[in-house]
Design a protein around this ligand. Structure first.
Ligand SMILES: O=C(O)CCC(=O)C(=O)O
Ligand SMILES: [Fe+2]
Length: 198
């Protein structure tokens, strides 16, 4: 499943695995998630004004694992069977647990995600985040926080991008608008949240 590893020039802490899912499986998962998930468009405050985020999202996690993400405290939905199965495959392959999943639905190329690092305290010091892409391929951009190093790659249908090590300390990432893209894309970021007792 993960054999066809190719390495475009990515900085340390980012690994890209094309075709982790077959095209058919990835399409079936896309179609299932698009209709089955209770997608929401929460508001965030920017410079004192409230704006809806430029995409839809949902949060799935083990019970009790709230996640304060970009000013939003997200209450988890339970794992549905297809998501539980995907999590089990990733846990088996990477030999580490994932207990939370943030899903982003970019309806077309106008939807996007701005520059950020996933460096919330509840993710721990060097989080491992496995990010599955389904649907329209989109550009993913990476920039160093303290110098002008920049990278760009296409996140293809059925691929997995893993962010690990110091990726969140040294870099920010974003999914820019691409106004020519008409198709939708769903992204699944599997994470491990350090619970209140750990
Ligand atoms: O959609 C993507 O590929 C990026 C998602 C992301 O960076 C996040 O959910 O934190
Ligand atoms: Fe992110």
């Amino acid at each position: 499943m993960f054999e066809s590893l190719q390495k475009p020039q990515l900085p340390s802490g980012f690994s890209y695995y094309p075709q982790v899912l077959s095209m058919d499986k990835a399409l079936a998962l896309y179609q299932y998630l698009q209709t089955a998930m209770p997608w929401q468009q929460p508001q965030i405050q920017v410079y004192g004004r409230k704006h809806p985020i430029p995409r839809l999202q949902c949060y799935v996690a083990d019970a009790g694992l709230n996640y304060a993400y970009s000013q939003m405290t997200l209450t988890p939905l339970p794992w549905s069977e297809p998501l539980r199965a995907m999590r089990a495959r990733l846990e088996h392959h990477y030999q580490r647990p994932f207990n939370a999943l943030l899903l982003n639905y970019y309806r077309d190329g106008r939807d996007c995600m701005g520059w950020h690092s996933d460096d919330e305290q509840e993710l721990g010091h060097q989080p491992v985040i496995a990010s599955i892409s389904l649907g329209a391929p989109r550009k993913f951009t990476i920039k160093h926080k303290f110098n002008d190093e920049k990278h760009q790659l296409m996140l293809e249908h059925g691929s997995c991008l893993v962010m690990h090590g110091d990726s969140q300390h040294h870099y920010q990432h974003a999914l820019p608008k691409q106004l020519k893209v008409q198709g939708g894309r769903i992204n699944l970021t599997f994470r491990y949240i350090i619970g209140p007792k750990e």
